[in-house]
Structures are given as structure tokens and as C-alpha cells.
Design a protein around this ligand. Structure first.
Ligand code: AMP
Length: 384
């Protein structure tokens, strides 16, 4: 229930709005009157997400994320700025659409809360665990993930944190990628590839070998994560649940086998290289045994068997240790497993970017990020 009006604050470009206080699972949400009946639907690294009904959009259900710790640490502030900057500019059917951006804070001096309104889907991919998925569903989910990744990469951006909880889905199997807090522009200001990036990104289980081994990396890291997610959709368990970074490397080799010795020439850190070279060599597991036909939903038959074979094949191509040999996003979109959904226009999406003006690629203080976020909020023009 909406409580009393607690403040009036500037809202988007020129309007002033009344804001109402709601308590959602003991947490305060201060929202413009248009948002009614907030209910918690998730908690992420940056804050709480609730659903609400939007009176200005015909009572449509929307998702509102409150960024709670945005200004306590520099990296949180930068992460909040990245998320807002990119969400404002990304437009793709498989990327969550930003509907509104606001703060009840009246001045930048007391600015500490950021609210982000998005379209609301039904669940995240982790919440599909009890469902046996058939080939059309796995294909459709996989194809949409790859289309979104292709769009991001064309914009010069790597997501870097793809995982089941960052992908939401509705009852028609439409998916959208969330959470651009760790996304990174892969171009430096001269528009040349900029492969030397922070190693500690991507939730461990979905982390590509080149990140684990501190090898300079590029957009291919997202394709490894897509491979891990597809595998998890089938088995319902993380494919490589490493307990720490070292164990993560061991889990990778358990599944796809130790790479050829030549690969380790790419490892620049001598201690890491030495560790890897002294581990016992392992052979890849048999994917027919790891992903047997019975794990896929649908009626048995020749077509089913063929699709199971194709599913295992695309996963094996996504999970190639050496990023230079890993399947590219364009090749993956054209893989036979996705042929039913393939639309040639997905290879060349309309895109904006690269974003040379993206200030998150440079340093800054918390106050700098705060100012940039304040500007992004107050220049935002919602669709309605
Ligand atoms: P995030 O903070 O973006 O990682 O979101 C945390 C969780 O909230 C996600 O794993 C989803 O379960 C849920 N969530 C976030 N955004 C949405 C949305 N737009 N629609 C439905 N659920 C969402």
C-alpha cells in the first residue's frame, strides 16, 4: 500500500513528481505515484528488484530495481554508472528494455538512491530448474542469447557476467539479458581492440579459461558463458562448479580436457603457467554420456537423436579452451541446431556504439560517478 507523500523531486527532464513511501520486505521503496503494489521479485549484487503495476502504462507489470549501495565504494558507483549508461543506449529484443530512471532525492548533495524501471518478465533461468526443456525451447533460448550477445559485441561491448540469474524469461520462452554492471567496452578511444582487462569478472562457474588464467581477453568470454548456460539448461546443474579459481581451472580440464601444451604459451604469469603445466593431463569427458538423449525433453525418434547430437556439438564448439579456436558468435547463430529460428538479419543488427564517450572506461572518483549518474537520470526521457 502506498504510504504518505514523502517528497517532491524533479523527475526526468522537467517535471516534478510526488513520491510515496512503500515498505517491501522491510525495505523502503520511494516511488512516484504511478507505481503501485510493489512486491519483491529478486535480489542482485547491486540491490533489490520488485515488481509493480504502472498506472501510466495501463497497469502493466514492470520491474523496479533499487540500487542500494551505489555510492558506498568506487567500484559500486562505477558499476551503477555502467549499468545505467548502457541500459539507456542498448535497444534489442533480447536485452531488457529500460522504461524509466528516477530518484526521489532533490539535490545531488543528498543523492543516494537510484531506481531503474524495466519491463518485467516471469523468472530467471535458474528458476527453470524443475522443467525438462525440449529442443525447440533450448534452441529458442540459445538463439536469443546469441542474438543479444552478437548485438552487444557489434556495439563494442562484452557483457562479461552472463549467467542464468542474469537472464529472465517469460511463459513464451522469450528471454532478455539483464545486468550490465560489469559490461565493458572492448575498444579504446582510438577504436582499436583493447584486450587487457580486469581478470576478476564473470561469476566463477561461467568464467572463460582466458580469464581464469589471466590471459588478455576479448569478447569471446561471453561465448564460453553461453556454452556453460546451455549445458546447465540441459543437466540442471552448473557444468563446472569450481570452489575457487584454481579449482575452476581443474573443473574446466575435467570437462573439456587439458589443452595442448602450445596453448600455455599464451599464459603470461609464470606462476600460473607453472601450476598448469604441472597438473596431470586429462582427456575430455564424453559429451554423449554427460548429455545423454534422455536429458532432453520431447518424443524419442530420429529427429530427436539428431537434435541431441547438434546440441552437444554446439556446446562443444562454445566450450573450446583457446578463444582463438572457439566458435564465433556469427558462426554459432548459423549453427544447424538453431536453423529453425535463424534469421539472417540477426547477424547485422542495427546498433549504436561503440561508445567512445563512455566514461566508465577511465578512472573517476565516487563524486564523478555520482555526477554522471545524476546527469543520466535527469536527461532521461521515458517512452510514455
Ligand atoms: P539483478 O540485480 O539485475 O541481477 O536482478 C536480480 C534478480 O531479480 C534476477 O536474477 C531476477 O530474478 C530478478 N529480476 C531482475 N530484473 C528483472 C526483470 N526485469 N524481470 C523479472 N525479474 C527480474
Amino acid at each position: 500500500m502506498a504510504g504518505k507523500i514523502i517528497t517532491h523531486a524533479q523527475y526526468n527532464t522537467n517535471r516534478v513528481e510526488e513520491y510515496y513511501k512503500h515498505i517491501v520486505n522491510k525495505e523502503e521503496f520511494i516511488l512516484p505515484r504511478r507505481y503501485q503494489k510493489p512486491k519483491r521479485i529478486g535480489i542482485g549484487a547491486q540491490g533489490t528488484v520488485c515488481s509493480a503495476y504502472d498506472l501510466s502504462r495501463n497497469n502493466e507489470k514492470v520491474a523496479i530495481k533499487k540500487l542500494t549501495k551505489a555510492f558506498s565504494k568506487n567500484h559500486d558507483a562505477k558499476r551503477a554508472y555502467r549499468e545505467i549508461f548502457l541500459m539507456k543506449r542498448m535497444k534489442h529484443p533480447s536485452i531488457i528494455n529500460l522504461l524509466n530512471l528516477f530518484t526521489p532525492c532533490q539535490t545531488i548533495d543528498n543523492f543516494n538512491h537510484i531506481y531503474v524501471t524495466m519491463e518485467c518478465l516471469d523468472a530467471n533461468l535458474n528458476q527453470l530448474k524443475s522443467m525438462l526443456l525440449d529442443h525447440p525451447r533450448i534452441q529458442f533460448i540459445g538463439y536469443q542469447m546469441l542474438s543479444a550477445v552478437n548485438y552487444l559485441h557489434k556495439c563494442g561491448v562484452a557483457h562479461r557476467d552472463l549467467k542464468p540469474s542474469n537472464i529472465v524469461i517469460n511463459s513464451h520462452c522469450v528471454i532478455k539479458l539483464l545486468d550490465f554492471g560489469l559490461a565493458r567496452s572492448m575498444l579504446d578511444l582510438d577504436h582499436k581492440p583493447n584486450p587487457i582487462l580486469t581478470p576478476y569478472v564473470v561469476t566463477r562457474y561461467y568464467r572463460a579459461p582466458e580469464i581464469i588464467l589471466s590471459i588478455p581477453y576479448g569478447v569471446e568470454v561471453d561465448l564460453w558463458s553461453v556454452g556453460c548456460i546451455l549445458a546447465e539448461l540441459i543437466t540442471k546443474h552448473p557444468l563446472m562448479p569450481g570452489e575457487n579459481l584454481v579449482d575452476q581451472w581443474d573443473k574446466v580440464c575435467d570437462i573439456v580436457g587439458t589443452p595442448p601444451l602450445k596453448f600455455f604459451d599464451k599464459v603470461l604469469a609464470e606462476d600460473v603457467k607453472c601450476y598448469c603445466l604441472h597438473r596431470p593431463r586429462k582427456a575430455a569427458i564424453n559429451f554423449n554420456e554427460k548429455f545423454p538423449d534422455q536429458l532432453f525433453g520431447g518424443d524419442p525418434g530420429i529427429e530427436h537423436e539428431h537434435n541431441c547430437h547438434l546440441a552437444r556439438h554446439i556446446i562443444s564448439k562454445l566450450l573450446i579452451i583457446d578463444p582463438a579456436d572457439r566458435i564465433s558468435v556469427e558462426e554459432a547463430l548459423q549453427h544447424e541446431y538453431f536453423s529453425f529460428f535463424f534469421d539472417p538479419s540477426s547477424l547485422t543488427p542495427d546498433y549504436t556504439g561503440p561508445f567512445p564517450e563512455a566514461r566508465f572506461e577511465t578512472g573517476g572518483t565516487i563524486e564523478d560517478w555520482k555526477y554522471l549518474i545524476w546527469e543520466e537520470i535527469h536527461s532521461f526521457v521515458p517512452e510514455d
